[in-house]
Structures are given as C-alpha cells and as structure tokens.
Design a protein around this ligand. Structure first.
Ligand SMILES: *Cc1c(COP(=O)(O)O)cnc(C)c1O
Length: 236
C-alpha cells in the first residue's frame, strides 16, 4: 500500500461516533423502559489498526470486540499495558486448537458453540487458572454456514457447559440472518437466556443495535458505526 492510499482512508471522529452510538442506545433503552446503564457497548475494532482502538481508549471507552485470536494478540497486549482495566471480547469463531491463546487473552469468549470447543476451554481454564466469562453462540436462523448451536439444542448445551464442564457461562449471543428481520431472532435469543437463567444477551450490530436494545440486549457489538468501514482484506 502506498502512503497516499494509507492517508486517503482518513480516520473517522471516533469519539463523536462513540457518543452518537451511546446516545442512540440510551434512547432505545428509555423507549423500552430500560435503564441505559444496563446495556454495554462492545466496540468492534477488528481489521482496524491499533490507532483506532487507541482513539476509543482516549475517549474513555473500555470494552472491545475482536473476531480473530491472532489479530487480537498482535494488537491488544500493548494497549492493555497502558490501560489495564479494558475488557476484551472474542466475538468470532474459535478453533479448539486456539483455546489456550483465547483463554490467556480474552475476558469474555462470546462464541462457545460446540462440545469439542467447550471441553478445550474447560481444560485450558483449569490449566491456566484463568476463567474468562463464556457466552453460548446460538444460530437462531439455523443457517448451515453460520456458527452457533441450533435453538433446539441450546438448553442441553448450556447445561453441559455449566454443569458437566464447569464453564463460567453467563449468557448467549447471536448473529441473525442478514436478509431477515432481526427482531424475532433477538426475541428468541432473549427467551433462551431467560429460561436458562442467564443474564447476558449479546445481540445487535451497527445496522440493528437499537432494535436489539428494544428486545432486551445487555451487550451490543458495534464496529462500522464507530470505527468506519472496514478495510478490505488484501487480495490473495
Ligand atoms: C464484525 C462483527 C460485528 C460488528 O459489525 P458492524 O456491522 O460493523 O457493527 C458484530 N458482531 C460480530 C460477531 C462481528 O463479527
């Protein structure tokens, strides 16, 4: 990439974007008779360089999401040295052979979605003595290409993770199908959380976080609306 291409992608005003998203969350919460303080904004910094995460940290933001273990490892340890109270969420698919790295780096793993991964996480937590909070990813649209446990198997899988494996499961997460109304998917996810006694419901992205707040989201994961359009991955 040439210098002119680099500077052509001017950095958005991340502090202003954060404030705007927080304001929209607050409005959506009040409209639903909810306390805005019960909704946590997870700022999704994936694919962006550390300088954008840095801008959000400077603006006072502390909760971030990344979807790849390796990318997060290259970006966050240095930032955490300076800002020890930040909270890092893994929101992307996790391979069992990366469980050790994920347990070492993340505070919340939002994408626990199959028994083999759950077992690997349980072993690693035991070994490292570190217990990141776990969310169970539910494939509410039952899309074959998408990660997540299908809704009919969610209760049994949650019980397996909590009771058999001793994982610190606090909630559920979903990514609704791109071409459907998100609200029914959000409502289904909230139901699954409720009937399993789980407090955390992670749902809603840049295009639909206000709807998610209306449906009971405790965490919304917002990238583009804060950090701008993501750079295209380099051509192979
Ligand atoms: C990238 C990503 C987001 C953020 O998406 P935006 O549309 O940029 O807000 C949220 N959740 C997950 C799981 C993601 O991978």
């Amino acid at each position: 990439m040439t210098a002119s291409q680099t500077t052509a992608d001017t950095c958005p005003d991340i502090a202003a974007n954060l404030a705007a998203v927080q304001a929209e969350i607050a409005t959506a919460a009040r409209d639903a008779d909810r306390d805005p303080a019960t909704v946590t904004l997870v700022a999704v910094s994936k694919t962006h360089g550390p300088e954008r995460a840095e801008a959000a940290l400077t603006a006072g933001h502390r909760v971030f999401g990344e979807n790849r273990v390796q990318e997060a490892q290259s970006k966050w340890p240095a930032l955490r040295e300076r800002v020890p109270d930040l909270e890092l969420h893994l929101i992307g698919p996790l391979q069992s052979n990366k469980a050790a790295d994920a347990v070492a780096l993340f505070d919340v793993i939002e994408s626990v979605d199959r028994p083999k991964l759950a077992a690997a996480l349980s072993r690693e937590m035991e070994r490292q003595g570190r217990r990141p909070t776990c969310l169970i990813q539910v494939n509410t649209g039952e899309e074959p290409q998408k990660a997540g446990i299908v809704p009919t198997e969610a209760d049994a899988f949650i019980a397996h993770c909590r009771d058999d494996l001793g994982l610190p499961v606090t909630g559920v997460m979903c990514i609704p199908p791109a071409d459907e109304e998100p609200a029914p998917h959000f409502a289904l996810l909230r139901q699954i959380a409720r009937r399993n006694g789980l407090d955390v419901v992670s749902m809603g992205m840049s295009g639909d976080f206000a709807i998610a707040v209306g449906q009971g989201a405790t965490h919304v994961r917002v990238g583009t609306a804060i950090f701008g359009t993501r750079p295209k991955p380099p051509a192979p």
